[in-house]
Design a binder for this molecule. Structure first.
Ligand code: SF4
Length: 305
C-alpha cells in the first residue's frame, strides 16, 4: 500500500523547499499540523528538535529529518546534565522552556513555549503567583525580563544566527536611510537590538506585521531574523522596501546553516523514506516531553481561539 507522506517546511528553509511542502509555518503552526496530520511519513524540512516534536505529538507516524546535521545552537549549547542540576537548584520555580530544545530538555520542563505564545504563557504564570525560570534562550529571557519587569533566572544559550544582529551596524543602517525606517525583530536577537524595534515577535507575527503595514512604500523596513522569511514577506508585500537588518560587517551569517541543510535532494530522498528517522526516543522520554508541549498547545488553542 502506498504510504501517505506529508512534508512540512519551516519559514527559514529556502523558497524551493517551501514550494515542495504541504505546509509551511513557524514552530507552533507546524507542531499543531504534525499532531493532526494523517500521515504514515512526516518529512520535516526544519531542524532536529522540530522533527522530534512532531514525533512526540504523532508517535504513530514515521518522522524523517532530511539531513542528520540539522541541529540548532540552542540545543548544542545546552548540556542536559547541567540543565537538570540548574532545574533542581530552582525546585520551587516553574521551568518554562522555549520549543527550540531537545526532547530530553523538554522532559525537564513544566511548560514549552514558542516565540508566539511566550509572553502570554509567562504572564499567565506570574498572574498565578508562580516563580519562573526560563531556558534555553538567554536573549529571549532577557527581553521578557526587560519588557515586563520580571526577574526570571535565565539559562545561557543563544541562537547563533539571531545573536549576530548588531546594534552599532543597525544604527549605521538606520541613519543611512533618508526617509522613515522601521525595525521588526525576533526575540532571539540581542536586547540592545530589541529595544530599538518597532515590533518584536515570532516569525509569523513579523510576517503579519508586514502584511498589515499601512505606511508608504517609500518607508524602509529592516527585518532582524533569519533571512528565509524575507521570501514570504516579499511574496506577501512586493510593494514594500524590505531589508535584512545588518550584522557584523562582512559576515553573511544571518542565514541558519542548519535550516539550509534541507536541500532539494535531501528532501526528495526523505520523501522516499531515506534520511534520519526519529526512532531513537523511548516511550518514556516521549511521554515526559509531551506533557509540557500539550500544556502549551491546550493553552494556545484556548487563548487564541
Ligand atoms: S535560526 Fe537559530 S534558533 Fe533557529 S534553528 Fe537556526 S540556530 Fe536554531
Amino acid at each position: 500500500m502506498t504510504k501517505r507522506v506529508v512534508t512540512l517546511a519551516h519559514y527559514y528553509t529556502q523558497p524551493e523547499i517551501q514550494q515542495m511542502a504541504d505546509k509551511v509555518g513557524d514552530s507552533l503552526e507546524l507542531s499543531l499540523y504534525a499532531r493532526e496530520a494523517e500521515a504514515d511519513i512526516i518529512v520535516f524540512a526544519g531542524v532536529r528538535f522540530m522533527a522530534e516534536t512532531a514525533k512526540i505529538l504523532n508517535p504513530q507516524a514515521e518522522v524523517i529529518l532530511p539531513d542528520a546535521g540539522s541541529t540548532c545552537s540552542l540545543v548544542t549549547q545546552t548540556d542536559v546534565a547541567a540543565l537538570k542540576a540548574w532545574r533542581e537548584e530552582h525546585a520551587d520555580y516553574v521551568h518554562v522552556s522555549y520549543i527550540n530544545s531537545s526532547a530530553e530538555h523538554k522532559a525537564l520542563s513544566d511548560w514549552i513555549v514558542t516565540s508566539r505564545n511566550v509572553d502570554d504563557i509567562i504572564a499567565h504564570l506570574y498572574e498565578q503567583g508562580k516563580k519562573v525560570i526560563f531556558s534555553p534562550d538567554r536573549n529571549m529571557g532577557a527581553y521578557l525580563n526587560y519588557q515586563y519587569g520580571y526577574d526570571m533566572p535565565l539559562w545561557s544559550a543563544v541562537c547563533e544566527v539571531h545573536d549576530k544582529f548588531n546594534e552599532a551596524a543597525l544604527n549605521e543602517a538606520l541613519s543611512a536611510v533618508t526617509g522613515k525606517a522601521h525595525l521588526i525583530a525576533h526575540p532571539e536577537s540581542p536586547l540592545p537590538v530589541l529595544k530599538r524595534a518597532d515590533y518584536v515577535g515570532s516569525t509569523s507575527g513579523m510576517l503579519n506585521w508586514v502584511k498589515q503595514f499601512k505606511g508608504s512604500p517609500e518607508e524602509v523596513i529592516f527585518v532582524a531574523t533569519e533571512d528565509g522569511i524575507l521570501y514570504n514577506m516579499s511574496q506577501a508585500r512586493p510593494d514594500l522596501d524590505l531589508r535584512q537588518a545588518p550584522i557584523y560587517a562582512g559576515c553573511q551569517c544571518n542565514s541558519c546553516p542548519y535550516m539550509k541543510m534541507n536541500t532539494i535532494e535531501a528532501v526528495k530522498r526523505a520523501q522516499q523514506g531515506g534520511g534520519t528517522h526519529i526512532d531513537y526516543l523511548s516511550t518514556e522520554q516521549m511521554d515526559a516531553a509531551r506533557v509540557p508541549i500539550e500544556r502549551m498547545l491546550e493553552f494556545s488553542q484556548r487563548y487564541y481561539a
